[in-house]
Design a protein around this ligand. Structure first.
Ligand SMILES: [Zn+2]
Ligand SMILES: [Zn+2]
Length: 287
């Protein structure tokens, strides 16, 4: 409850991972997530309400009573748990996680099965696995990042990155729980714009899941969608969460930067990084 009130999503997750009970109430009958909602800590609300325990992942990986089943490494359970228990939904962020544990592709059938069972993030994962398999001449990590670059493609006069936009739109269309309130909410926010228009599918989905306030208060990383991106291109003001994301996007960014600069992205002037800093960072990019 104190972590939720203080707006510490990482700490909320750590506590939940170690068995904190989200249904416990305080002396006035409020749960931690209700307290977080009351003080406007929406990221904490979403962490608490969407928490998935490692036990749940284990129960799908190694079902009880099926001794003949294959044994899977602890790293796989940890990886699936990390994928499913964060509130990250951006395809590129998921691919970057996957690329940091390419062994998951060795167990792809089981991985997809468990993620499917747990929830609906499988589409970007499934498409990534398909793409990686089609690039059998490349190492899995390299192929996964190639797919991220494909998703990030962007040209002048395109209000949003078209490949991510259509991936997310088709993910929603094939969302398996169409009778839920969540789906109705998402369908409604999605109708705010047509494919290729702003707000893009990612912004719409973030608003549908996490609410208008998070959307209004946060800068999202242009590459991976992370909340609270602090680095900005000094020319076009596009936001990034890290150098890694900035590098991954650079080949695309340099083509659209001057056009974007004319598009008036609304940001506050602080938090920009200097041109020298960017150039120093980009000097070691080899492509
Ligand atoms: Zn990022
Ligand atoms: Zn720029």
């Amino acid at each position: 409850m104190f972590a939720a009130l203080a707006g510490k999503p990482e700490l909320c997750k750590l506590l939940m991972d170690h068995g904190a009970r989200s249904y416990s109430t305080n002396s006035i009958g409020k749960t931690a997530s209700e307290l977080a909602a009351f003080v406007g800590q929406h990221e904490c609300v979403s962490i608490i309400n969407n928490h998935i325990s490692i036990d749940e992942v284990e129960s799908y990986l190694h079902p009880k009573g099926e001794n003949s089943e294959e044994k899977f490494p602890q790293e796989l359970a940890d990886f699936i748990h990390a994928m499913c228990s964060s509130n990250v939904i951006h395809p590129v962020a998921l691919i970057m996680k996957l690329s940091s544990y390419p062994d998951a592709l060795k167990y792809k059938k089981k991985t997809l099965y468990v993620v499917d069972r747990i929830f609906e993030k499988q589409l970007s994962l499934r498409d990534t696995v398909k793409f990686v398999e089609s690039k059998s001449d490349k190492a899995p990590k390299e192929a996964a990042l190639l797919y991220a670059k494909y998703l990030l493609q962007w040209e002048e006069d395109q209000a949003v990155r078209p490949n991510i936009d259509s991936l997310l739109r088709s993910a929603l269309a094939s969302f398996p729980y169409q009778h839920t309130l969540l789906f109705e909410t998402l369908a409604k926010v999605m109708s705010r714009s047509k494919p290729g228009e702003r707000p893009g599918a990612y912004e719409n989905i973030v608003q549908g899941i996490f609410g208008q306030r998070l959307l209004a208060l946060s800068q999202f990383c242009s590459t991976c969608g992370a909340v609270g991106a602090k680095k900005r291109c000094p020319v076009c003001k596009l936001s990034y969460c890290s150098q890694e994301c900035q590098k991954l996007d650079w080949a695309v960014h340099k083509k659209v930067c001057s056009w974007l600069a004319t598009q008036n992205l609304s940001v506050s002037p602080r938090d920009t990084i200097s041109l020298d800093e960017i150039q120093a960072q980009l000097a070691d990019i080899t492509e």
